[in-house]
Design a protein around this ligand. Structure first.
Ligand SMILES: N[C@@H](CCC(=O)N[C@@H](CS)C(=O)NCC(=O)O)C(=O)O
Length: 283
């Protein structure tokens, strides 16, 4: 009799366990194969997918700032879609154009230049273009990581995360992700003092190069200014009380550059920010 009871219990737990497992597997497979509903967007308009507007600049993402500034500079018709959906490569921003999805700001800009027959650098020499690209890449591939560490990891109060409303338990995982990524990159193995030294050297060389120019290469902006502005905008407006801002403030010409780029391409800046999360951005 007792043996029968135990047998029944084993059978019941096997059935329940199997059902739960099957449900979980079905949900996971469904999630993977299910295609998100395709939305209809206007023809010949770039749909720029980005996260919500930022507190003191239109985005907290360097690359969103870069791409949206480029779209404005190139006068390409675009509309914003704010949300948390990342590109197929797991990053943002990304775009849709007449149904085609593209990710990575460099590939996107190349595609748009070709599609709209645009060359924002046509009046510059090959040597100037080369220098502009080198500075862009220094900022995007090196300075960016110092700023990432300053903003998301060195600040023990996580002021940036808290200001934009990230829940505490998510902050833990995000900080861990920054730690792992920067360690893999290499910069995360340095001490904070060394990282700030790297940041300062980059900013100093950019400041020396720009000198009295209004923009990166002279009195008129070039395509690479969009990326340079994207990176500097985060140090200038989104340092969240941390240290990297104090390094930028040492260089008057870089601060004036930020203000100049804002004036030139973002006349609607005030409508595109949340003023420290105190209001909804209207644009
Ligand atoms: N090379 C990429 C970089 C984009 C990028 O790193 N985006 C960040 C936001 S600033 C991102 O998606 N981070 C989320 C993640 O890596 O999971 C581009 O130019 O688009």
């Amino acid at each position: 009799m007792e043996i029968l009871k135990v047998d029944n219990l084993i059978l019941i737990s096997k059935v329940v366990g199997g059902t739960v497992l099957a449900t979980v597997v079905t949900c996971l497979v469904w999630k993977r194969i299910r295609k998100p509903e395709k939305k209809e967007y206007p023809c010949d308009t770039v749909v720029l997918h980005q996260i919500s507007r930022g507190p003191f600049a239109p985005s907290i993402s360097q690359y969103v700032m870069k791409l949206e500034t480029y779209l404005r500079f190139a006068k390409i018709p675009y509309m914003n879609v704010h949300g948390s959906q990342k590109s197929k490569k797991g990053k943002y921003p990304w775009i849709e154009y007449n149904g085609q999805e593209l990710s990575d700001t460099e590939f996107i800009i190349e595609f748009l230049n070709e599609t709209f027959k645009i060359d924002l650098d046509e009046k510059f020499t090959a040597k100037e273009r080369g220098a502009a690209r080198a500075f862009q890449k220094m900022l995007e591939e090196n300075t960016f990581w110092a700023v990432t560490l300053d903003r998301w990891l060195y600040d023990s109060k996580s002021s940036g995360f808290r200001l934009i409303g990230v829940p505490s338990w998510i902050i833990f995982f995000l900080r861990r992700n920054v730690k792992n990524t920067t360690y893999a990159h290499g910069i995360g193995r340095h001490s904070p003092e060394e990282v700030y030294h790297i940041l300062d050297r980059d900013l100093q060389s950019l400041s020396d190069f720009i000198g009295t120019n209004k923009f990166l290469l002279g009195d008129e902006p070039c395509q690479e200014d969009c990326a340079v502005f994207g990176q500097l905008s985060q140090i200038y407006w989104h340092s969240f009380g941390n240290k990297c801002n104090t390094y930028l403030k040492k260089y008057d010409n870089l601060c004036n550059y930020c203000e100049r780029m804002k004036e030139r391409f973002w006349p609607d800046w005030e409508q595109c920010i949340t003023k420290g999360m105190t209001q909804k951005a209207t644009k």
